[in-house]
Design a protein around this ligand. Structure first.
Ligand code: PEP
Length: 233
């Protein structure tokens, strides 16, 4: 199981250092990937927890003030990078084309993109989730070879479930994950959106899930510990 922890824009440096020490003590079988705020990437030393970034520049190294390139992430030991998170699509107006550029730059550096796809509430209510997700996948993976497509991880994150406490039914999640796997048979698919220590016993019944992308609960280590315990036992 892959468990990717998206800390988003949380923690001061001191808080992060304390968090990181405690996280290192959580011994689990799951394949943990920590995605701290990009600024703190250099504070994470080599361990059995994978290092991820939350974003990458759509450009290579060069005169792009404030940007962090895939080459620079690689040089800091980053192995994974979240791309196309709905918060970036919404607040930074990230487009499918930019997401595709980022995916290509990451793959060139052998960093595994964790590509987020998911529908808005209104799209689910009008039963358009399949077409929305198929289009997001197509655009994000445009021009990639079959081999490259095998390397990416997809995170199904219904936008209306992120940070809201709302969650699709197991049947709804399973249908979307099967749809993604139909497009990408050899690709790992995570679920993200209000997954927590209270609903993991229900979620873990979905056999097609390869792991979880966690936001809110990634910040609360006691709850994360219970989540992992229930996931694995
Ligand atoms: C996310 O933002 O990727 C996420 C899954 O958040 P949360 O777990 O808080 O819903």
């Amino acid at each position: 199981m892959i468990i990717a922890l998206n800390n988003k824009s949380n923690f001061t440096k001191e808080e992060f250092l304390e968090y990181k020490e405690k996280l290192n003590k959580i011994q689990k079988n799951a394949n943990l990937i920590l995605c701290p705020t990009n600024l703190y990437i250099g504070l994470v030393e080599q361990s059995n927890i994978g290092l991820g970034a939350q974003n990458v520049s759509k450009t290579s190294c060069g005169a792009y003030t404030g940007e962090i390139s895939a080459t620079q992430l690689k040089s800091m030991g980053v192995k994974y990078c979240i791309v196309g998170h709905s918060e970036r699509r919404k607040y930074q107006h990230e487009t499918d084309e930019e997401i595709n550029q980022k995916v290509k730059l990451l793959l060139k550096e052998e960093i595994i993109p964790i590509i987020c796809v998911g529908e808005e509430k209104e799209e689910r209510e009008t039963n358009r989730q399949n077409e929305v997700i198929a289009k997001e996948l197509e655009e994000a993976l445009k021009d990639l070879t079959i081999e490259e497509k095998k390397k990416v991880i997809i995170a199904y994150e219904p936008i209306w479930a992120i940070g809201t406490g709302l969650i699709p039914t197991n049947e709804e999640i399973e249908k979307i994950i099967n749809l993604i796997k139909c497009h990408l048979p050899n690709t790992k698919v995570l679920y993200g959106g209000s997954a927590n220590e209270n609903n993991i016993e229900e979620l873990r019944k979905i056999s097609v899930i390869d792991g979880y992308l966690l936001g809110g609960i990634s910040l609360k280590l006691e709850k994360l510990d219970i989540f992992l315990e229930k996931l694995e036992n």
